[in-house]
Design a protein around this ligand. Structure first.
Ligand code: GDP
Ligand code: IMO
Ligand code: MG
Length: 441
């Protein structure tokens, strides 16, 4: 199988962890290419829940797992994750975990800067406060520290000493705070230096060699398209390239080596943190979906904002990422609803628009245009094949497929592995083909 990128089609938390776990069964290698421990990817094995923040979910199946150069790594958080997973019986060694020497590290001052900047802002982003944004700022400003520097104590000391000059002057003069002490950070980070010395390597070489040998490599996206730093609802985004193109940038693999892109979308929409969200339901109406879908952040525990499926946003994601197919998750969460809405366009300045505008003011000003479909009011969590789904559930999926102009290859009806419907040759697929690949709006 060709190298495949799995990418979130909405504002994150689409169920990427579950889909990656399913596909990992046949994969040889799973690679994270961006983001950091702001991500929370959940995998349910029986009744046991695993939440991955940095380590690719494929580690559960003892596959080769890679943290690419585009990831930012909080070493303390990564060590905690390794220990937690080991305590649950997952084997993690230098033979199945490889960390890019070029991945930048999150330092204590990144977390502090993020907190201070969020507190000062009149309109917060509502970040996860893991120091991700400031770590990427340092990377772009060319003052960051990489994993390769971390494992070389001498370089770590030199770079940190230099960086702390600016960091401490900002903290004391602008923010009126105490500065960081070189020795204190060094003491802590030298422990991480020893821990990671056996894990850090040239991961671009490892991934390219695997692809050259015909191995099946999966790229695990974090966050979602609408949180991409360029194509999301800026500035209410994360600081990395979450889209499929980010898989090349964040790993050192050329675009010609990528074979397939699968978008993951929930059957409705959620967003955690601040920023525009056109199909968001009123506070009271969100509650039913939040309760049934257990919509609370896997990283921060914050309640996720909930709304109807936004076909305009997901069609935009299909364009930006070039989806080959869609995995639709959490269809079961809509089981009890008598009526379900899909957003097919937006009303903006007395006109209907069908393309997602990324300007925050525009997105805030538009009104979604909905189409209503009848619900199926039936428990679908035990259904194993597409044919057995209630007719109204199939109509809903077909409508999504047509509006997004992408075939649906996977439907998820519960958090467990077994609660998955493979729809490789489904009616939804042929419906998309019949329309000539067009949306029928
Ligand atoms: P990710 O960040 O995209 O990996 O998604 P999260 O793990 O943050 O959030 C998805 C949540 O939905 C997790 O709690 C999953 O266990 C759960 N989940 C995934 N697929 C389904 C599904 O089809 N139905 C239900 N009810 N839950 C699901
Ligand atoms: P996964 O991979 C949902 C959101 C934050 C905030 C914005 C910026 O589990 O889908 P950051 O800390 O990244 O600077 O915060 O992005 N955010 C996510 N929302 N799922 C995620 O990851 C997210 N990672 C960051 O809530 O709005
Ligand atoms: Mg998540």
């Amino acid at each position: 199988m060709s190298a495949t990128v799995i990418v979130g089609a909405q504002w994150g938390d689409e169920g990427k962890g579950k889909v990656i776990d399913l596909l990992s069964e046949k994969a040889d290698m799973i690679v994270r290419y961006q983001g950091g421990n702001n991500a929370g990817h959940t995998v349910m094995i029986g009744n046991e829940q695993f939440i991955f923040h940095l380590i690719p979910s494929g580690i559960i199946r003892n596959k080769e797992c890679i943290l690419g150069s585009g990831v930012v790594i909080d070493p303390r958080s990564l060590i905690e994750e390794i220990h937690l997973l080991r305590s649950k019986g997952v084997s993690i060694t230098q033979r199945n975990l490889f960390v890019s020497r070029d991945a930048h590290i999150v330092m204590p001052y990144h977390k502090l800067f993020e907190q201070l900047s969020e507190e000062r802002k009149s309109s917060r982003i509502g970040t996860t406060r893991k120091g991700i944004g400031p770590a990427y700022v340092d990377k772009m400003a060319r003052v960051g520290i990489k994993m390769g520097d971390l494992i070389n104590g001498k370089i770590l000391k030199e770079k940190l000493k230099e960086r702390l000059k600016d960091v401490n002057s900002l903290l004391t003069r602008i923010y009126g705070k105490r500065g960081f002490k070189l020795d204190e950070i060094l003491k802590e980070y030298m422990r991480y230096s020893r821990f990671f010395s056996d894990y850090v390597s040239d991961t671009s070489s490892i991934i390219n060699a695997a692809i050259a040998k015909g191995k099946f490599v999966l790229f695990e996206g974090a966050q979602g398209t609408m949180l991409d730093v360029d194509f999301g609802t800026y500035p209410y985004v994360t600081s990395s390239h979450t889209i499929a193109g980010g898989a090349c940038i964040g790993t050192g693999v050329g675009p010609t080596k990528i074979g397939k892109v699968i978008g993951v979308a929930k059957a409705y929409t959620t967003r955690v943190g601040d920023g525009p969200f056109p199909t968001e339901l009123s506070v009271t109406k969100q509650e039913a979906i939040r309760m049934k879908g257990k919509e609370y952040g896997a990283t921060t525990g914050r309640p996720r904002r909930c709304g109807w499926f936004d076909a305009v946003a997901v069609r935009y994601a299909a364009r930006i990422n070039g989806f080959d197919s869609l995995a639709i998750t959490k269809l079961d969460v809509l089981d009890d609803l008598p009526m379900i809405k899909i957003c097919t366009g937006y009303l903006y300045k007395n006109r209907i628009i069908r393309d997602f505008p990324t300007g925050t003011d525009e997105v805030r000003a538009l009104k979604p245009v909905y189409e209503e479909l009848k619900g199926w009011r039936q428990d679908i969590t035990d259904i194993k094949n597409y044919r057995s789904l209630p007719i109204n559930a199939k109509k809903y999926l077909k409508r999504i497929s047509l509006l997004v102009n992408t075939r649906i290859s996977i439907v998820s009806v519960g958090p467990r592995r077994s609660q998955t419907i493979n729809v490789a040759n489904s009616v939804a697929t042929s419906a998309t083909r019949r329309s000539g690949g067009r949306s029928d709006e």
